[in-house]
Design a protein around this ligand. Structure first.
Ligand code: SAM
Ligand code: 2KA
Ligand code: SF4
Ligand code: MG
Length: 223
């Protein structure tokens, strides 16, 4: 693909279902392709090739929704070199840009204005050993105001995952400095269980449910 082209799975307008921005109307740019292979990924369809679009077309289609947020997600967006220019151009156009990334690639080259929502994959994902430690280092080294553009998300499917997450968060002191979102792997863990674990431990983290899966059919694409 040429430097200014992106492989796009879908561009859609929905209610932001995840992260500390949940509930806001949001334009989504879902890039195609990943290959990371998380067990339980709910977006396997994005693995397959999408349509090739120039950055300027992607920008115009996203802006056309006139939403307060634009989220770049996937698949794994950071696998495509042109995504960095896309996010920079959206920021230059005064857009509030969110990035959803799987945590295995460094966010070092992402524009500091982008709000980075970085997954920390737990043992049940099967890719726990591929979490990139540089992303925690970058977050801890960041100074205000850019430090507030780091957010971490952990999607748990078991008590083992939860205890792994609690230990990791405590080891790096992440709960003292960053928004930590914790959610359940959809249908695999009762949200009430996670809630009770978090309350009992007085975990300084925020629980999320994937709002869009309660508004629409949980398997529906484009929402
Ligand atoms: C589909 S991924 C795409 C962006 C990026 N590849 C990543 O993993 O963050 C977006 C978010 O959906 C979450 N997710 C994927 N499958 C899920 C599931 N079955 N239940 C709950 N969240 C899920 C991921 O953990 C991630 O936070
Ligand atoms: N409504 C809605 N909100 C989302 N937040 C993150 C999503 C994702 O798939 O990255 C997502 C999604 O797929 N839909
Ligand atoms: S990194 Fe994200 S898109 Fe890729 S398999 Fe994992 S959850 Fe799915
Ligand atoms: Mg999704």
């Amino acid at each position: 693909m040429s430097a200014g082209t992106l492989n796009i799975s879908e561009i859609f307008h929905s209610i932001q279902g995840e992260s500390s921005f949940a509930g806001w109307p949001c334009a989504f740019i879902r890039l195609a392709g990943c290959g990371h292979g998380c067990i339980g990924c709910d977006t396997a369809y994005a693995e397959h090739d999408g349509i090739k679009l120039g950055i300027e077309v992607v920008v115009q289609r996203a802006l056309a929704f006139r939403a307060p947020l634009i989220e770049v997600t996937g698949g794994e967006p950071l696998l495509q070199p042109a995504v960095y220019s896309l996010m920079r151009q959206l920021c230059d156009l005064e857009q509030k840009v969110l990035l959803e990334t799987g945590g295995f690639l460094s966010v070092a080259e992402v524009d500091c204005r982008v709000h980075k929502i970085i997954d920390l994959k737990p043992p049940s994902s099967g890719v726990c050993d591929q979490n990139n430690p540089e992303n925690i280092e970058l977050a801890l080294a960041a100074v205000l105001p850019h430090r507030q553009n780091f957010e971490f998300k952990i999607v748990v499917a078991s008590r083992e995952d939860y205890e792994w997450a609690r230990a990791l968060l405590q080891e790096h002191g992440l709960m003292d400095s960053f928004t930590i979102m914790m959610g359940v792997s959809f249908g695999k863990l009762d949200p009430a269980e996670l809630a009770e674990w978090m309350l009992r431990d007085r975990l300084r983290a925020r629980m999320q449910l994937q709002l869009h899966k309660y508004i629409w059919d949980p398997c529906r694409r484009g929402v």
